[in-house]
Structures are given as structure tokens and as C-alpha cells.
Design a protein around this ligand. Structure first.
Ligand SMILES: [Zn+2]
Ligand SMILES: [Zn+2]
Length: 64
């Protein structure tokens, strides 16, 4: 499976948001702590990462 984003490297992650197969270069990994012990990671492609950050930014700074 090759990365759907760059088409060059081997895909190792699925984008959490759009489900695209992405390689380590094209993936943005978010670490989430779950409880106090376990940490899991969620991968986003670069497209979704930017929209994710936009959403996060809006949620944090724009109060409706
Ligand atoms: Zn890639
Ligand atoms: Zn995506």
C-alpha cells in the first residue's frame, strides 16, 4: 500500500478523519492521553490536520 497523499512511501496510518492511507511523512500524529496511564495516537493527513487545527482554533478562540 502506498501513501495516498504523496504516492511515494509506504502507508502506515489511516487518517482518522477521511480514512486516507498515509505514510509517516504525510501523517500528523496527535497524542491523546486516556486516563492517566494509557496514551493512544491518532493520525491525520495533512489536509485534515489543517482543518482540524482550524476547528480547534475556532473552538478555543471564537466564542459564539
Ligand atoms: Zn506520504
Ligand atoms: Zn484526512
Amino acid at each position: 500500500m502506498t501513501c495516498k497523499f504523496c504516492g511515494k512511501k509506504v502507508a502506515e496510518f489511516n487518517c482518522e478523519s477521511c480514512g486516507k492511507l498515509i505514510c509517516t511523512d504525510c501523517a500528523k500524529i496527535e497524542l491523546h492521553s486516556y486516563g492517566c496511564q494509557s496514551v493512544y495516537h491518532v493520525a491525520y493527513c495533512l489536509d485534515c490536520e489543517s482543518s482540524f487545527l482550524v476547528r480547534l482554533f475556532k473552538r478555543l478562540f471564537i466564542k459564539k
